[in-house]
Design a protein around this ligand. Structure first.
Ligand code: COA
Length: 264
């Protein structure tokens, strides 16, 4: 039987998607990501849904990509996988683009940690609510790569280039209060209120006309040229994934030691 790394539930007008790999801090491996994509499709087809909530089971929203899944790339894309980086990036981006293009409001409920690919996932949602103390960040540059699953593009759209660059250049984690000041999350609530707050917001949105809400989303999202950003991210990452620094970044992470980057 396939392990349920993603749980889904429809409660009235709410469709909930739960990242469910709590022992690994909901680190996103390939099977989890594939199940997440299937859940997004399920949400798009479910009758009567007016909002989608995305949250994480256990201590944290998610620690981002499962770093060991970089080691499985040759299995999926062949030994010369670095030659196929733009395809790989496209496959990853397609899932979050599908999430972003759902004609339903999506609300990410963040607690504990929201890092890397998890943050890119949250950025592809319409609204983010964070629990007090939640730490958010895009640590990719500390591994020798960039956020290439829409994170560079969507973060810049959301908080502007200066702040986006500071967060991406440093790979720093910021807390929920800081994230709220920078417009990265819409509001911060006590952890015990996170789900209730998400449900209340979903219920409030459900009072508005669904076609109008769906169109409003299309219009607001259509104001930015996301596709160009995604293409640039793919181009940059295809160079970085072939670098010695990236190999070093992954090895250092897995061996829990500081990376020694050489700039090549
Ligand atoms: N990739 C792979 N495994 C991960 C992971 C990741 N991104 N994040 C957590 N895990 C695993 C740990 O290896 C550990 O596995 P083990 O029990 O088999 O040893 C388990 O999840 C629990 O992690 P741990 O670090 O003990 O939990 P914590 O609550 O003390 O710390 C975090 C939580 C999120 C601070 C910490 O796990 C972390 O920093 N993770 C990496 C974050 C990251 O850099 N992600 C982005 C990469 S671009």
């Amino acid at each position: 039987m396939t392990e349920s790394l993603i749980l889904t539930e429809q409660r009235g007008t709410i469709f909930e998607i739960v990242l469910n790999r709590p022992d690994k801090r909901n680190a996103i491996n390939m099977p989890l990501y594939e199940q997440f994509a299937a859940a997004v499709t399920q949400a798009s087809r479910a009758a009567g849904v007016r909002a989608v909530l995305v949250r994480g089971a256990g201590k944290v929203f998610s620690a981002g990509i499962d770093v060991s899944s970089f080691l499985t790339l040759p299995q999926k894309y062949g030994d010369n996988w670095t030659q196929h980086m733009r395809t790989i990036t496209h496959d990853f981006q397609a899932v979050l683009t599908q999430l972003e293009r759902l004609e339903l409001p999506t609300i990410a409920l963040l607690h504990g940690y929201c890092l890397g690919l998890a943050m890119e996932l949250a950025l592809a949602c319409d609204i983010r609510i964070a629990a007090e103390g939640c730490l958010l960040g895009l640590p990719e540059t500390r591994l020798g790569i960039i956020p290439d699953v829409g994170g560079s593009t969507r973060l810049t759209r959301l908080i502007g280039p200066g702040r986006a660059k500071e967060l991406i250049f440093t790979g720093r984690q910021i807390d929920a209060a800081w994230a709220e000041r920078w417009g990265l999350v819409n509001c911060v609530v006590p952890a015990s209120d996170l789900l209730v707050k998400g449900e209340e917001l979903a219920a409030e949105i459900a009072q508005a006309a669904p076609l109008a809400v769906g169109m409003a989303k299309r219009v607001v999202d259509g104001l930015a040229d996301i596709d160009r950003g995604l293409m640039l991210e793919g181009w940059a990452q295809s160079h970085l994934m072939a670098s010695a620094d990236f190999q070093e970044g992954v090895q250092a992470f897995l061996m829990r030691r500081p990376a020694e980057f050489k700039g090549r």
